[in-house]
Design a protein around this ligand. Structure first.
Ligand SMILES: Nc1ncnc2c1ncn2[C@@H]1O[C@H](COP(=O)(O)OP(=O)(O)OP(=O)(O)O)[C@@H](O)[C@H]1O
Ligand SMILES: CC(=O)C(=O)O
Ligand SMILES: [K+]
Ligand SMILES: [Mg+2]
Length: 566
């Protein structure tokens, strides 16, 4: 057999071991015999850390003999979709050119044409944010359609986030202590009259003029789509509304009106909820979504009030991610506290394995001027140093005249800081992350495997991590460790792919099919990447998976394996 590549396969059973059995006996030397590409540092010393971490985690590793594996032989008709921007970078600069910090751009009048959107996507936008506070729903629907078109026709992978209306919208309350279900066809009165307790089918709005300008036929949307009504009658300032889309009415829900056509949630990947105060509203929205056709939509909580800071951990736990909305937050808390609050939120999100976006005023001056201030560059640099998942542009892209340029500034500044942490502070930051992270999540096995995999990847100096993942969980756990090499997450679930667009260092790749045979998955995907010129001979890759290993091992197995591209 030609020694095209040598690999070691480590299999981790799902049960917790009583005895640490890792790396004992002959396996040790075989393992140390893995051909390692440049960058492997002091492996023998580091191995002890890997050992002890895995022991601590109680993971039993069944090490298989080192095997020679040839990655030749192509599978016909195996489809794979990877963002065209990532593809270009890979071809040109290789794995080391991949940016880790993700970019969110708010879409507004300055960038809503197909051409402008394409420029933003080509410039590196990973997620497009649509703020429901502005413009009509037809406008939003049109932008979403354009993004979908670009993804389909030009090979981009831009996720869509809608940001529900915030301070501008009305808060309504039905007075009952918990949520009420609005059934389809039921008729409710929305009133600004104050009353104690609750009245059947009555919801009060917090603002007297809430119905001004509203016409019969308008649509009333609760919490960005939790439930919808159509206005059937105006009675003075009150509105009689019939439920058209059943759902839950939370105490203190947010209400907005729509006219002419319905905002379709089709194709939306994230809902960012403004002015979240506790975990309940997030839980209820997620619960509602889970019973609707929008199951896979991820719910992000915007932290922008004092209350949300007081309930931070429960909010982070309940949501699929956080946006640090520094604009409104800066109104609620003294602005000198924003930097420390931001760092703390970022830390908690990473600890609890939830992506975090830092938003507002990152490059504010660029709304008008073509270059950022030094202070803005320092701010962005600090966000990247704190290892936030994503940076967000607001007015810079939505209404500014230098949107593309602002994106390229974010890209440059983040790439620079990422390189610096990688090369110059590699060890220090690795130690920092380990001390801080610890084992804190529910799935401690997966967590321990991913922590160890990242330590291995960093120490072995591999060029990339490939993770084969059904639900994205392992990809996100790897990302949480902020590894030096980029993480390619292969999944056969479109919504998993779009959801991972927000995660630090993850390049989601959609594949036709993930087999239970890991060898086949690795072979097919690697071969295809090679054929497309995206990986080169000699690259070393650490492979992690949460997919069944072989038919001989009927239980779910997770594995770590190192391969060298032949
Ligand atoms: N779809 C849009 N149409 C018109 N203007 C927009 C649109 N989206 C954003 N803008 C403009 O860009 C500015 C910044 O946008 P952004 O959505 O971040 O506002 P924001 O008020 O900070 O958000 P939020 O209301 O969620 O706190 C807004 O003040 C608004 O003037
Ligand atoms: C983005 C946002 O909502 C804020 O900064 O307030
Ligand atoms: K908003
Ligand atoms: Mg806000």
């Amino acid at each position: 057999m030609a020694a095209a590549s040598e690999s070691v396969l480590l299999r981790f059973g799902n049960e917790v071991a009583k005895q640490p059995t890792l790396f004992s006996g002959p396996m040790k030397s075989r393992f140390l015999g893995v051909p390692v590409t440049s960058g492997a540092i002091s492996w023998a010393g580091r191995k002890r850390q890997v050992d002890s971490r895995l022991r601590l985690a109680g993971v039993r590793a069944v090490a298989e003999a080192a095997r020679v594996q040839s990655l030749s032989g192509q599978e016909p008709n195996f489809g794979m979709a990877i963002d065209t921007v990532a593809e270009e970078v890979l071809r040109g600069e290789g794995f080391s050119g991949m940016r880790k910090t993700k970019l969110v751009c708010t879409i507004g009048p300055a960038c809503c044409s197909l051409l402008e959107l394409e420029r933003l996507a080509a410039g590196g936008m990973n997620v497009a944010r649509l703020n429901m506070c502005h413009n009509s729903r037809d406008w939003h629907r049109d932008v979403i359609a354009k993004i979908k078109k670009l993804n389909e026709q030009k090979g981009f992978s831009v996720s869509v986030m809608i940001d529900t209306e915030g301070s501008q919208i009305h808060v309504v309350d039905h007075g009952a202590p918990s949520s009420l279900k609005a059934e389809e066809g039921s008729v409710w009165v929305f009133t600004s009259q104050k009353f104690e307790g609750s009245r059947p089918f009555t919801v009060r709005a917090n603002f007297e003029g809430f119905s001004q300008g509203i016409m019969v036929g308008d649509e009333l949307v609760i919490d960005g789509g939790m439930a919808s009504f159509v206005v059937v009658e105006k009675m003075g300032d009150d509105l009689r509304c019939k439920c058209t889309d059943p759902g839950l009415l939370l105490p203190r829900a947010k209400m907005s009106f729509w006219r002419n056509g319905k905002l379709s949630y089709h194709g939306i990947d994230f809902i960012a909820v403004s002015f979240v105060s506790d975990a309940d509203s997030i839980k209820q929205l997620k619960n509602y979504l889970s019973t609707s056709s929008s199951k896979s939509v991820k719910v992000l909580a915007k932290v922008e009030t004092l209350e949300s800071l007081q309930n931070l951990e429960e909010i982070v736990e309940a949501s699929d991610g956080i946006m640090v909305a520094r604009g409104d937050l800066g109104v609620e808390v003294p602005i000198e506290q924003i930097p420390t609050v931001q760092e703390e939120i970022t830390r908690i999100c990473r600890q609890l394995n939830k992506p975090v976006i830092i938003a507002s005023q990152l490059l504010e001056s660029m709304i008008e001027y073509p270059t950022p201030t030094r202070a803005e560059v320092a701010d962005v640099t600090e966000v990247v140093r704190q290892y936030a998942d994503a940076l967000m542009l607001s007015g810079e892209s939505a209404i500014g005249s230098n949107g593309q340029k602002a994106v390229s500034v974010l890209k440059m500044v983040s790439s620079r800081m990422e390189l610096w942490t990688r090369e110059e502070h590699q060890q220090a930051s690795a130690l920092y992350s380990y001390k801080k992270l610890g084992a804190s999540l529910a799935d401690r096995i997966a967590e321990a495997i991913c922590n160890s995999a990242v330590e291995m990847a960093n120490n072995l100096g591999v060029d990339a991590i490939f993770v084969y993942t059904k639900h994205g969980e392992m990809a996100s756990l790897l990302s949480r460790n902020r590894p030096n090499p980029p993480i390619f997450a292969f999944t056969n679930d479109r919504s998993v792919r779009m959801g991972l667009n927000l995660q630090w260092g993850v390049i989601p790749v959609l594949v036709d099919n993930l087999s239970e045979d890991m060898e086949a998955n690795v072979l097919k995907t690697t071969q295809l990447l090679k054929t497309k010129g995206m990986v080169k001979r000699g690259c070393s890759v650490l492979v992690v998976s949460d997919i069944f290993s072989t038919s001989a091992t009927p239980n779910a197995f997770q594995s770590i394996k190192m391969i060298t591209i032949s």
